[in-house]
Design a protein around this ligand. Structure first.
Ligand code: RIB
Ligand code: CA
Length: 305
């Protein structure tokens, strides 16, 4: 990784792995976290926004503006993933809530404003449903020309989905938004789907090693992942969103195919992402999982397992 610093707008539905992506963005010397936009996804937008505030303040990143976004998908009613992330969306960890002011403009408007203020510089990293970005594209059709690139955590291309056999959660929740995003003429669109994100996992051993951490990212990991390992007895927490964030600053972490991506919106196929011929999107097919895990644990200063 060269010394580049990539300015990023991170679009989140904070959630456990979104929180870990925020921690990586704050800690990484290769990321400038310009702003965070929130929306309904893992839990409702009030909670995803409150969670984002709590996580950034926990990490001391009190200067990063947060812009609340979409409260529901474009067309459908909202379907959450509280059974995965807890009713509060952060593993019911009970982080101290903070009430600092949110950014004046809403998520999609902030994306458009910042892209116009820094044309050609910003990378959008979307790790929740694509509702905010679809609205932003509707308001500013030039957005694909105004940003340096787009990384989407979403889709399942050569593996089964995690909501239905066809669909990954972020695409399933708002397939109409996803279809609009993948049809837009982004110069560099990288789809980081379950094909690669399921292969980067925070192990029980790494989590157990954070047990005595009292502050910072290690204590955050300890608290928000407890429910996953204790109540749900999982073997590991999949690092979907941190990998997508890391790809924005180091694309060499994944091996990609050039494709055009189509998104199904109805019936049993709802949310299926397909590679249909050649196109401008790059779909991540392989990942250097060991190098990512070294990068992730080092950036968050997690104790050795
Ligand atoms: O399918 C995984 C994705 O859905 C992650 O972004 C997770 O946070 C949820 O939003
Ligand atoms: Ca997410």
């Amino acid at each position: 990784m060269d010394g580049r610093v990539v300015p990023v707008i991170l679009d989140v539905d904070t959630g456990i792995d979104d929180a870990l992506a925020l921690a990586l963005a704050v800690a990484s010397p290769h990321v400038e976290l310009v702003a965070v936009t929130t929306l309904a996804g893992n839990v409702d937008v009030e909670r995803t926004t409150a969670n984002t505030l709590a996580v950034l303040d926990w990490l001391g990143a009190t200067d990063v503006p947060i812009h609340r976004g979409a409260s529901r998908p474009l067309v459908r009613s909202h379907q959450d993933a509280a059974f995965v992330h807890g009713t509060d969306g952060l593993g019911n960890a009970g982080l101290p809530s903070r009430a600092r002011a949110l950014g004046a403009d809403r998520g999609p408007a902030a994306m458009v404003r910042l892209a116009n203020q820094r044309p050609g510089e910003l990378t959008l990293v979307c790790v929740g449903p694509l509702t905010n970005l679809a609205i932003a594209l509707n308001v500013e059709p030039r957005l694909p020309e105004l940003v340096a690139g787009l990384v989407v955590m979403g889709g399942a291309f050569s593996v089964p989905g995690n909501v239905t056999p066809a669909a990954e959660f972020n695409i399933y929740v708002d397939p109409e938004a996803a279809a609009q995003v993948f049809a837009a003429p982004f110069k560099r669109l990288t789809a980081v789907g379950l094909d690669v994100t399921q292969r980067v996992v925070l192990s029980r051993a790494i989590w157990q090693a954070t047990a005595h951490a009292e502050q910072g990212a290690a204590a955050l990991v300890s608290r928000i992942c407890r429910r996953s390992f204790v109540e749900r007895d999982l073997d590991g927490v999949q690092l979907h969103d941190p990998l997508a964030l890391a790809v924005a600053s180091d694309p060499t972490l994944v091996g990609c195919r050039e494709s055009h991506v189509s998104v199904a919106a109805t019936g049993e196929e709802r949310g299926r992402t397909r590679e249909v011929g050649s196109g401008s999107a790059t779909v991540a097919a392989t990942v250097d999982a060991e190098r990512f895990m070294r990068l992730f644990t080092a950036a968050l200063a997690l104790p050795d397992a």
